[in-house]
Design a binder for this molecule. Sequence first.
Ligand code: ATP
Ligand code: MG
Length: 202
Amino acid sequence: MSKNAIGVMGGSFNPIHKGHISAARYAQKTLNLSKVFFIPAGIPPHKALPEGSPSALQRLEMTKIAVRELPFAEVLDIEIKRHGKSYTIDTIYELKKRYADTDIYFIMGTDMFLSFEKWYRADELSRLIKIAVVRRRGQETEKIREKTYEYQKELSADVIIIDSPVLEISSTEIREQLRLGKGEEWLPGDVLTYIERNKLYF
Ligand code: ATP
Ligand code: MG
C-alpha cells in the first residue's frame, strides 16, 4: 500500500471561490489525498488584507461553508487562533505532529509557486512538504519550469505539477466585481448568501 498523503490549501480566502474548490478537487483526485485541509491565514505574512476586509472569523466561516460540498475537506482554525503572522512552517510542524509518516502536499496556484523562495524559512519548509502546483496546461510553462529547476537545485524541493482546468479568477478580482454588482458566478451559492447577509465587500 502506498503511503498516506494529505493536502493543505493555505490562503487568505478573502473570499474563498470556485477556483480554490476546483484546485482542491483536482489535487485530491490526482494525488489520492485522504484529506485536504483548508487553513485560512490569520495575518497573512506576504500581504496585508485590504481595508474593510471581513474579520478572520468571517473568512473562516465562509471557508467552512464553501467546503461543505467536498467530502474529503476539513477547515482548520489553527492559523487564525495563533498570535502574530501566519507562517506556513508553523502550521506544517503542527500537522506533522498529528500525521506521522504521512506525505503533506501543499497545494498552490502558480502565483504562490513563483514566489515560494521568498516564503519564511523556505528551505526548511521545502524539506517538510511536497509542493503541488495546480495550473492550467500551458500556463506560464517556461517560468514554472525555471522555478521548478531552481527550487529542486537550491531547496531540494519536491515539486509536482498538476495540469487541471484552472479557473482564471482571484479573490482580488472577485472583490472588485462584487463592488460593481457582478462576479456572483465565481462563488459557491451559500458563500454568496453569507456575503450578502453580512454585507461584505460592498
Ligand atoms: P489574491 O487575489 O489575493 O491573490 P487568491 O484568489 O489567490 O487571492 P488566496 O487565498 O491568496 O486567493 O489563495 C489561496 C491559494 O489558492 C493560493 O495557493 C493560490 O495560488 C490558489 N488559487 C487562487 N486562485 C486560484 C484559482 N483560480 N485556481 C487555482 N488555485 C488558485
Ligand atoms: Mg493569489
